[in-house]
Design a protein around this ligand. Structure first.
Ligand code: TMP
Length: 395
């Protein structure tokens, strides 16, 4: 693994602090966020990994149902899965608060979600839920009860697990011979194109490429047969995967096309990543300069969407509460808390909070369209947004 990016010392993303934590000066855990490229597998990953138990505990704040963009995307996919693959049994790895699985019949669905606070939600709704980490032990337990599963789905979860061989081995073991695996995660190609260095934080152990996925799954007798580009999470890829031995499904043109796009961008070449690292340094310099210029004019700036991604940006650029007054967010487990590392306060979103604001830093840049639609009034009265994607600018 060769390093190409150093984002400095970072706190654990999603570990929002309470007022009490600040008063008693509870020590936050920091880790060195460095990113590297593996020339053999073509996978990009962070170099210093934090254990799953530390990240995905009983108090995990992220809720996928908080965004209309995500729930609509899940609803559309669920309809497609039911129509095209007609699964007798579907298993979701990382079911979060059930925003995808709620579109399926309870009798034909199994949830796997290690964060107990989230697993409780799907359990309560009547879905069979395993509040456990995904591994071979769990796959064996499920197999002994249900035999095979004919559709396994996982969004924004497998890239959070360090041991991908264990992940795919367990999936291949449980999936029926004609079964389908669908995974979706942020796209490395989009991350590179948009200089979205904030896709890297402790939970995002990998940012996947098709090149990397193909290399990783082949030894587990799995094969990508179709890919779809998605707008979610700042540009994602949905990979449709089958077992090698299943010859009934033909390889779709999209696989060849996306591979070509990745190779045209020279994603198999370390030099591409070195160049990306240089762009990130420039992005930091320009973002700091935008903030400094606004503050010189005594204008008020807040953040919108206290995302894990913002944690990387703010800690890397050392932007604290002297610059950003506070964040607004709709997620109950984040509000009335403080951002990791920078300790910027997070207020529960109300439209009126934007009334006397001049500038908003778009922490949730991946929901730009949804947010711009919602904040027409702010834009109309001359309010401006600051974004660092793809280059720092005021819009
Ligand atoms: P994510 O980028 O990790 O998915 O997180 C998005 C965050 O942005 C999440 O905390 C919810 C927040 N958010 C709002 O507060 N208001 C909104 O309108 C949208 C779309 C997201």
């Amino acid at each position: 693994m060769k390093k190409f990016l150093d984002l400095g010392l970072q706190p654990l993303a999603n570990k929002y602090l309470t007022r009490k934590d600040l008063i008693i000066k509870r020590k936050e855990q920091f880790y060195h966020l460095e990113v590297g490229f593996d020339n053999k597998t073509k996978l990009v990953s962070i170099l210093n990994k934090v254990s799953s138990q530390k990240m995905f505990d009983n108090n995990y704040p992220y809720r996928s149902s908080m965004s209309k963009t995500m729930t609509e995307s899940f609803k559309k996919l669920s309809k497609e899965i039911i129509k095209t693959y007609k699964p007798k049994l579907i298993l979701e790895i990382g079911s979060n608060d059930g925003s995808l699985i709620k579109n399926f019949n309870k009798k034909n669905a199994i949830c796997v979600e290690p964060c107990k606070n989230l697993a409780k939600i799907t359990k309560k709704k009547g879905f069979k839920t395993y509040a456990e980490y995904w591994d071979l032990k769990l796959a064996k337990k499920i197999k002994s009860k249900y035999h095979n599963v004919d559709l396994i789905y996982s969004a924004n979860t497998l890239s959070h697990i360090a041991n991908l061989d264990s992940v795919f081995k367990s999936i291949s073991y449980l999936l029926s011979d004609n079964g389908i695996l669908i995974i979706e995660d942020p796209s490395l190609l989009e991350c590179l194109k948009r200089v979205a260095y904030d896709q890297f934080y402790n939970e995002h152990i990998y940012v996947f490429s098709l090149l990397g996925i193909i290399n990783k799954i082949k030894k587990h007798n799995l094969q990508v047969f179709k890919v779809e580009k998605l707008k979610t999470h700042g540009g994602s890829i949905r990979y449709f995967i089958k077992k090698n031995l299943n010859l009934n499904i033909k390889i779709h043109n999209s696989v060849k096309k996306h591979l070509k796009d990745e190779l045209n961008y020279k994603m198999n070449n370390f030099k591409t990543y070195i160049k990306f690292g240089e762009k990130v340094k420039k992005s930091k310099k320009n973002l700091i300069s935008i903030f400094n210029n606004i503050k010189k004019k005594n204008k008020k700036i807040i953040g919108y969407g206290s995302t894990a991604k913002s944690v990387t940006v703010l800690n890397y650029c050392k932007i604290k509460s002297e610059t950003l007054d506070y964040f607004v967010d709709t997620t109950p487990n984040k509000t009335c808390k403080y951002m990791p590392g920078t300790h910027i306060y997070i207020k529960n979103y109300r439209k009126s909070l934007l009334d006397d604001i001049d500038y908003i830093f778009l922490g949730a840049w991946n929901f730009k369209d949804e947010i711009f639609k919602k904040e027409k009034k702010f834009i109309k009265k001359g309010g401006k947004f600051i974004t660092h994607i793809p280059t720092p600018k005021i819009i």
